[in-house]
Design a protein around this ligand. Structure first.
Ligand code: SF4
Length: 490
């Protein structure tokens, strides 16, 4: 099942063009033409970005997909499949219905694959054992480094595998490159990293979350290495990403990098975007595992020259407080990449879609990580993640002190007592602060956090989020979620 790409003959093309479509086609030509990658009668699987029911640039540019599919057909591919696992909890069927993807792919000569089987189980009320039967038919369990991954058979059984990756900024890895893209050939359940149950300090110090994530991404990458890799950053989201947020900016570079090895294609992309590879731990780990070359001298570079293209982009903020939300102070303690990534997305979601909500509910403090700085005089305190919740169990803000009325009413009397030399102590009652919202998880799930926010503030006080919840309900259906769970997808 594992295929080792021919590392010694690594070829990468840097291409510039007037449109994304033209650029990608030009790149394939420079590399020797599509016949070099696709043979007559091949079954081809194209892995693209299909994160959310939104368009480009959250997902892959459809113009690029269309031209690639046409090329594969021209080369004689017998069947062309396209697919990916989306964001946790969202089915491919939902995205397909909203974007009309099934018909779209069929019209351009390919087939959208419902690798989560969501097109099947929505048809009728399947029983659990029937769902399990579908699961066994469509997936195989692959063990790598003693870890198990449920992989769609249609991917492993395809003759050729192509990754078409939309490059955007990414909070954990700086950029969404093709190695990261390949991770979503397994379902969100198998992408998850085990939690730090004992909230061990070393887990945070060594950023075990990120180390485990990198190791899993590379394990999955070895299941089916691509024959052709396209990093499309003709347009890319900079500043905030990889999804469309308020602080995102669409930048045009006019460039794509295409080649026969994902590690080397990612390396050249990093070079072009002025990112030091020493800061891109995923590529260093891939090189250590012998999955690709990271020395540009050993790569057969074609097309444009790296030194002629010096592109500077704005990356995601590295400090959560720099997301800078109105009426919400962010205090961070010690945290690992798990909470950083999830908090980054939640805060950007709030900044983008909850501006009125934050305006109507001032004085919020958002605490994340172990032992965050104590906030003073805040109306609402949001504790994000198990570390923040457990490490602040005895913090001062957990209690509020109230001076009993009886004492204030007796002020005249006490003045007299003071005059006469005797003093009465004020009585202070200590109560539990109920204006605290705990968002549990290691790290927390974003959709769960949105539910908890509505419960805590109340629907009326969150008009924006209440509106988006209605939209989310059409996207994340509870019955469908249950089926996805049985299917082993979430
Ligand atoms: S709660 Fe958050 S910061 Fe703590 S170990 Fe888990 S993911 Fe890391």
């Amino acid at each position: 099942m594992k295929e080792q790409s021919d590392i010694k003959n690594t070829e990468v093309a840097i291409v510039k063009g007037d449109t994304p479509k033209e650029t990608v086609l030009k790149g394939i030509e420079i590399l020797g033409g599509i016949h070099k990658f696709i043979e007559e009668g091949d079954q081809v699987f194209i892995k693209f970005n299909l994160c959310l029911p939104t368009g480009f640039p959250t997902n892959t540019n459809f113009d690029v997909l269309e031209s690639l599919i046409a090329s594969c057909k021209k080369a004689g591919a017998s069947k062309i499949y396209a697919g990916s696992f989306p964001f946790k909890g969202i089915s491919i069927d939902t995205i397909s219905n909203l974007l009309n993807l099934k018909d779209y792919f069929s019209n351009i000569g390919a087939e959208l694959v419902f690798i989560d089987n969501s097109n099947v189980f929505k048809e009728k009320n399947f029983k659990k054992d029937q769902l399990n039967e579908i699961k066994n038919k469509s997936f195989s369990m692959v063990t790598i480094n003693e870890k198990e991954y449920l992989v769609p058979k249609i991917i492993t059984e395809s003759d050729k595998f192509i990754i078409v990756n939309q490059v955007n900024v990414n909070p954990l890895f700086k950029l969404n490159l093709s190695l990261l893209n390949s991770y979503s050939i397994v379902s969100p359940k198998y992408q998850e990293i085990g939690s730090n149950e004992n909230l061990d300090n070393d887990y945070i110090s060594y950023d075990q979350y990120k180390n485990d994530l990198i190791s899993n991404i590379l394990d999955v990458f070895t299941i089916k290495q691509p024959n052709l890799v396209i990093n499309d950053f003709f347009y890319l989201l900079e500043s905030a990403g990889p999804y469309i947020y308020r602080d995102s900016n669409l930048k045009k570079t006019g460039i794509a990098v295409i080649g026969n090895n994902a590690v080397s294609v990612d390396l050249i992309t990093l070079k072009l975007l002025n990112i030091d590879i020493q800061d891109y731990d995923l590529i260093l780990a891939a090189n250590q595992r012998g999955l690709g070359i990271i020395d540009p001298q050993k790569i057969n570079l074609l097309g444009e020259k790296i030194e002629d293209n010096n592109i500077i982009i704005d990356l995601c903020v590295s400090k959560l407080k720099d997301i800078n939300l109105k009426n919400l102070l962010v205090n961070s303690g010690r945290f690992c990449s798990g909470c950083y990534k999830q908090a980054y997305h939640l805060l950007n979601f709030m900044k983008t879609y909850m501006t009125k909500d934050l305006k109507y509910n001032p004085n919020n403090a958002f605490l994340v990580g172990q032992n965050p700085l104590e906030p003073e005089h805040f109306k609402n305190i949001l504790l994000f993640g198990d570390c923040a919740i457990k490490s602040t169990k005895n913090s001062n803000f957990r209690k509020i002190e109230k001076i009993l009325k009886k004492n204030t009413a007796n002020q005249k009397k006490s003045k007299k007592l003071k005059k006469s030399g005797s003093q009465k102590k004020e009585k202070i009652k200590v109560k539990t602060n109920k204006k605290i919202l705990e968002l549990p998880g290691c790290p927390p799930d974003i959709l769960d956090c949105l539910e908890l926010l509505i419960k805590y503030y109340g629907k009326k006080n969150l008009p924006n989020l209440s509106f988006y919840k209605k939209i989310l309900e059409t996207i994340v259906n509870p019955k469908e979620k249950e089926n996805l769970r049985v299917m082993g997808v979430i």
